[in-house]
Design a protein around this ligand. Structure first.
Ligand code: NAD
Length: 261
């Protein structure tokens, strides 16, 4: 569908996205730009963030790239500070940065080092983001936060215990903050996708691009018998950041092709 002025829901809104160099975060950043947002593209991969900003600028959007490792509190705090210095405020934040790890082992064999790394990024990193975003949104009188959790934030994920634990934790952060700030014009929601066709899934731990059998299995878990696309998650993130979802907060929304039906 052509994007018309009517659909520019984020005109002059300042939209901050983590993990915006790839996959769901990238689709979200580009969507904010198409809809008039001033986009802050953050990623630990600076070159990837800059490439997304180049795309945004070429399309006529305003955007800046920032190198941010969400597991470093000072990185996150200074990114929010730069956002406000550059664009004056922070209206929408989509926290998409995360990792699925490289290890597939049952819980009793899962290595501590890999557990800690995933917790530091997916759980503590997301908390740093939410904390800094809330602080700014409280100061300016409102805002919208969307955390990209996972289906593994709602059910277990065999052979990846820290992923399920960290994503359940992200849902916990989301619900707690939603309650705490519900009367302060700040909404906090989470999205819980199943299998989305991004580098994480296709080239990461499960390497689905190179394993036709596992790819079929992943598709079959969805009732629609296909992978979801990053844009299909980005569209939900933008809706949750928009006024169209004004009575929704604390929700952990499955985007799952019917898997949980
Ligand atoms: N792809 C899926 O099937 C799926 C399903 C459910 C949930 N998710 C979640 O969606 C989010 C986005 O995943 P994706 O599939 O787009 O993956 P992706 O690998 O394509 O993108 C993730 C981005 O996060 C960045 N990143 C990684 N660690 C970071 C850190 N410490 N600080 C800042 N940036 C960091 C990466 O550089 C990358 O650009 C993740 O939180 C993931 O857990 C993905």
């Amino acid at each position: 569908m052509a994007i018309t002025n009517i659909m520019k829901r984020f005109q002059n809104k300042v939209c901050f996205v983590t993990g915006a160099g790839s996959g769901i975060g990238k689709a979200t950043a580009l969507s904010f730009g198409r809809e008039g947002g001033k986009v802050v593209v953050t990623d630990i991969n600076e070159a990837a963030a800059q490439a997304v900003v180049a795309e945004l600028l070429a399309s006529g959007a305003e955007a800046i790239a920032l190198k941010v490792d969400i597991s470093k509190r000072t990185d996150v705090e200074s990114a929010v500070k730069t956002t406000v210095e550059t664009f004056g405020r922070l209206d929408c934040a989509v926290n998409s940065a995360g990792i699925a790890g490289t290890v597939s082992l049952p819980t009793h064999e899962y290595p501590e080092e890999n557990w800690l790394q995933m917790m530091n990024i997916n759980l503590t990193g997301t908390w740093y983001c939410v904390k800094a975003e809330l602080t700014q949104m409280l100061a300016q009188g409102g805002g919208n936060i969307v955390n990209i959790a996972s289906a593994a934030g709602l059910v277990g994920q065999p052979t990846n215990v820290p992923y399920a634990a960290s994503k359940h934790g992200v849902v916990g952060i989301t619900k707690t903050a939603a309650i705490e700030y519900a009367t302060q014009n700040i909404r906090v929601n989470a999205i819980c996708p199943t299998a989305i066709e991004t580098p994480m899934l296709m080239e990461g731990r499960r390497k689905l691009a190179h394993n036709p059998e596992a790819l079929e299995q992943a598709k079959n878990l969805q009732r629609m018998k296909r992978m979801g696309q990053p844009q299909e998650v980005a569209d939900v993130a933008l809706w949750l950041c928009s006024d169209e979802s004004s009575f929704i907060t604390g929700h952990a929304m499955a985007v799952d092709g019917g898997a949980f039906a």
